[in-house]
Design a protein around this ligand. Sequence first.
Ligand code: HEC
Ligand code: HEC
Ligand code: HEC
Ligand code: HEC
Ligand code: HEC
Ligand code: HEC
Ligand code: HEC
Length: 400
Amino acid sequence: MRQRRFVLLLFVLTTVLIVIVQCTQIQSSDPRGVAYAGSTACVKCHQDLSSNFAHNAHFRTSRDLLADSGTVRDGKYLDSLALPVSEFIFNPGTRVGIEKRNGSLYQVAYVNGREVKAERTEVVFGSGNRAFTFGFWYGDQMMQMPLNYLSRAHQWVNSPGFPDDQIYFGRPIIARCLECHSSYIEQKPQQPDGLNAEEQFVKGSMISGIDCERCHGPAAEHVEFHLDNPEEKRPSHMISYKDLPLSRRLDMCGLCHSGTEVQANGSKFAFEPGDTLNHIPQFNTFNGGEPDVHGNQMQLLKASPCFIVGKADCISCHDIHDDKPKNIALYSNKCMTCHEADNHPKLKGLAQAVLKQNCIDCHMPEKSSNVIGFQKSDSKEKIPYQLRTHRIAIYNDLVK
Ligand code: HEC
Ligand code: HEC
Ligand code: HEC
Ligand code: HEC
Ligand code: HEC
Ligand code: HEC
Ligand code: HEC
């Protein structure tokens, strides 16, 4: 009798185990297809890289907070951002409350004291190094919330480009944003009747953040090979970024760091290292008109002698997997791999030690974007969006 019960128990346990194993296998299969392994697969052999990466701006640049069920699954992430409850005033009769309800963060529209609309935060854009944009689902469309949050100014602001005197819930977040800010989302096909003229997505299909395979290409074969051949220390089935020609290296970053003026063949999601962008001729050469500092790092760098003569590319200065905040002195060390600090005849008065600490403020000054600014509450004033220009040059106006 005892033995039969034991056998039965064993049977039940193995069935449960098989089901669990199968479920987790299904979950770990990547929606992009069998060629992709997913970034959790990289941890096993690239542990240091992966643990750093989880905290950096690329990986944190977007987050889908919803489970397929439609309830907030990732509320802890939202909590970790510590966004303050507050309100934004358009005019005396029109304001947006930022309110906690049922553990979620809502943006609530009030007109003349009456609540007219409330939407729950369901998607987050931005690592918050500078700013967050928020999204919610309207059917199968992803929509942008009226307000952004500026993390350095600690302020809720009207979303860039939105009307400055009314609350706007009507702007769809389109695939283009997601192509630069996430790793994948499944788009619904356009219906023949044209009813879904706006882009629609399959909810729950988004792969949040920019993951390993967005920059390194599909890696399932690489993973499989190295799992089967643990003694092999040379990389296999993997494009070596360092061996790519300069223009291809730049294009891999330029895919998302050259604004909207440069296009890839087909979906940006399918772009792999080694592919090339279609360069629109006027952006190949610097023709005097300054590209905006927002998003145009590639064009600006290409207009600099450090690139034209020195062939400096993005990784000459940026350690891509790092999550440590870098200070100006560390970046200045990168300059000094190619330059001498004492080559400053006009700056004789400045101590060498000071000069060496900060090449950046003089040669890559912060500039305000001309296309993006953030409207303050109860004001028509805008907070500028400031970024480092990547046109490395002599800015004489900065030196007295
Ligand atoms: C079973 C072990 C294993 C797994 C899992 C693994 N790799 Fe690797 N990978 C290696 C080995 C071994 C090398 C060569 C030594 C090194 O560079 O660390 C390598 C090298 C690399 C390189 C450098 C290639 C070069 O030539 O510069 C990249 C990029 C890379 N892997 C990406 C990934 C990504 C992305 C994932 C996850 C999708 C991943 N690896 C998962 C074992 C693995
Ligand atoms: C934003 C693009 C980008 C993302 C995302 C990215 N990498 Fe890289 N990776 C690079 C570049 C560029 C290089 C070459 C860096 C260099 O040579 O200094 C590189 C180099 C590597 C190398 C070989 C050199 C080294 O530093 O050991 C490995 C291994 C690697 N990446 C693995 C990963 C893994 C694992 C992830 C995800 C956790 C990841 N990468 C995410 C761009 C990226
Ligand atoms: C798939 C799109 C994509 C690709 C490819 C990409 N980036 Fe980015 N990158 C972004 C986005 C989006 C941000 C803004 C992240 C944020 O703060 O939310 C960003 C931010 C950055 C930052 C600022 C990080 C910080 O800490 O504030 C640097 C530096 C950077 N990228 C360099 C690179 C380099 C170098 C490459 C090529 C090896 C590259 N990126 C490839 C989309 C991309
Ligand atoms: C062509 C690629 C591209 C597109 C399209 C794009 N972004 Fe970005 N976005 C970037 C890059 C690169 C940065 C960081 C550096 C910069 O501003 O130049 C950034 C920065 C941001 C930030 C600030 C992140 C931080 O913390 O610093 C937010 C928020 C953001 N984008 C949201 C959006 C939204 C929402 C859309 C769609 C309406 C969008 N972006 C479209 C590339 C893109
Ligand atoms: C990969 C090497 C390399 C790196 C890294 C590099 N540069 Fe350069 N840079 C050059 C070369 C080469 C020139 C052209 C020198 C010439 O024409 O004699 C140049 C030119 C310049 C000029 C002169 C610009 C002009 O308009 O005449 C300045 C200023 C400058 N670099 C500053 C910097 C600063 C600041 C950094 C770090 C943020 C830096 N460089 C990083 C290689 C580099
Ligand atoms: C000569 C050095 C150098 C090169 C080359 C370089 N960067 Fe930067 N980058 C910097 C410095 C310095 C900062 C400012 C960091 C800070 O203020 O913390 C920066 C900041 C950024 C930022 C953050 C937003 C901003 O503008 O402040 C992004 C995004 C970025 N770089 C992308 C790129 C990309 C993409 C490339 C290649 C096209 C590139 N960088 C090439 C030095 C460089
Ligand atoms: C206080 C502002 C300031 C600082 C700090 C500064 N520079 Fe300069 N730099 C200038 C000015 C102004 C010029 C042009 C006049 C001159 O040559 O003195 C210049 C010229 C240059 C040139 C061109 C020299 C030539 O021969 O044409 C290079 C390269 C350069 N700087 C690199 C650097 C590097 C690398 C650092 C950091 C170690 C740095 N600068 C720090 C202001 C500065």
